[in-house]
Design a protein around this ligand. Structure first.
Ligand SMILES: Nc1ncnc2c1ncn2[C@@H]1O[C@H](COP(=O)(O)OP(=O)(O)OP(=O)(O)O)[C@@H](O)[C@H]1O
Ligand SMILES: [Mg+2]
Length: 374
């Protein structure tokens, strides 16, 4: 296997933390990964020092990388611990451990925003199917619809008219649909009234809505953003730390031009854009499933992803089942798992997991952006 970050992380996924029964990449334990020529170095952050797992993980990492990649690979592993011991009975979490807990009781591990510069390109469709695909792979998933003016998640998941409950601690309990936790601005405010709200009111509503929720344990929180690069998007990144952003485009030049704006917005707030998805990329007639008609042009999003140095996450075809899934409250990855679009969504979800793992292994958690008003 060639030496790439993806390859290293893939090999390291073979190592499980027996207590938590998940692999060390999924548990975000691999940090500071660097890969160069024939040398790999990284830190494994264990929960507690001195356990038999903590003592053995270094050797396990070396062994698996030698077996899977190259027996002569130079592997430099450091084992660090989330807990720093201060004397006999005082244990404190280090900075990173504390940050991880900020998300709520159990904690939200990864937050991924789905955005686009242009409206109507399929953000909500991508967000909903990404969430479902991750859930089908066994992750615990939450989906948050932050589109105050045009929330579409309630309809796409068949939850129109539902209202979340507030618990005894005055926290909002997210609703559930098809095994994922869901909150939508559409459950809280009447979109017809919200259209006339001014910026600060939107900001206040989003803050309140994202702040007081009992999320419990969530591995991936997917946020469906409203179209554009304005106030609400800024409020979202100011309210919760985002792990990563993905941008959705259609093949037309106008949509592609807006992807640049989206990338710039996330760059400005130090959120890494980990991928571009091309939606409605091509059409295959049902009676000619092997033909692909690139109705709006071909290759634009892939070229742009190269130019912006952002991974390409895949092309999603135009399919009737996608639109029907959106209208019927059963996303296509559940209703037609064998369709081309469902397969494309599943591959996209795999790449998102891979890119988020790479991002987590390289960078520190994203800080909340404090104030950005000009
Ligand atoms: N790949 C696809 N094939 C067929 N229909 C699709 C596809 N992707 C999206 N659609 C349909 O296009 C419409 C717009 O999609 P969606 O609501 O996801 O876009 P959006 O970017 O979230 O829009 P907005 O900017 O208004 O939030 C929906 O009716 C949806 O079902
Ligand atoms: Mg939408």
């Amino acid at each position: 296997m060639a030496l790439t970050r993806e390859g290293v992380l893939q090999a390291l996924r073979k190592i499980k933390d027996p207590k938590r029964d998940k692999d060390i990449v999924r548990l975000d334990m691999v940090k500071n990964l660097t890969v160069e020529d024939d040398r790999v170095s990284f830190t494994v952050v264990v929960k507690e020092p001195g356990t038999s797992f903590a003592n053995q993980v270094e050797e396990a990492c070396e062994r698996v990388l030698h077996e899977e990649i190259d027996p002569h690979l130079e592997v430099d592993v450091e084992v660090d611990s989330e807990m720093i011991s201060l004397g006999d009975d005082v244990m404190v979490g280090d900075q990173e451990g504390e940050k991880r807990q900020q998300g709520g009781d159990g904690g939200v591990q990864n937050t991924v925003a789905v955005a686009s510069g242009k409206g109507g390109v399929g953000k909500s469709t991508v967000a909903v199917n990404l969430a479902m695909s991750l859930k089908e792979q066994g992750y615990s998933v939450a989906l948050v619809d932050t589109d105050i003016y045009g929330p579409s998640v309630p309809k796409m998941l068949g939850m129109e008219g539902e209202r979340p409950r507030v618990n005894d601690e005055r926290k909002i309990e997210p609703l559930e649909s098809h095994g994922i936790k869901v909150l939508s601005m559409g459950f809280m405010v009447d979109p017809d009234k919200a259209v006339v709200w001014r910026g600060p009111m939107v900001t206040k509503a989003v803050r309140q809505f994202l702040g007081d929720v009992n999320w419990g344990d969530v591995e991936y929180m997917i946020l469906d953003l409203p179209p554009g690069t304005g106030d609400v998007q800024l409020t979202v990144v100011q309210t919760i730390p985002l792990t990563a952003a993905i941008l959705v485009s259609t093949p037309q030049d106008v949509a592609l031009a807006d992807v640049r704006k989206g990338k710039t917005m996330f760059d400005n707030v130090n959120v890494p854009t980990v991928g571009i998805v091309e939606n409605m990329a091509y059409f295959s007639p049902p009676d000619q499933p092997d033909r692909k008609y690139y109705l709006f042009g071909r290759g634009g999003a892939q070229n742009l992803s190269r130019e912006l140095d952002v991974p390409f996450l895949g092309e999603i075809p135009i399919e009737q089942e996608v639109r029907e899934g959106g209208d019927d409250g059963r996303p296509v990855v559940l209703s037609h798992p064998d369709s081309k679009s469902a397969q494309a969504f599943n591959e996209m979800a795999d790449r998102v997991v891979e890119q988020v793992a790479i991002r987590n292994a390289q960078d520190d958690p994203t800080q909340k952006v404090e104030i950005l008003y000009r």
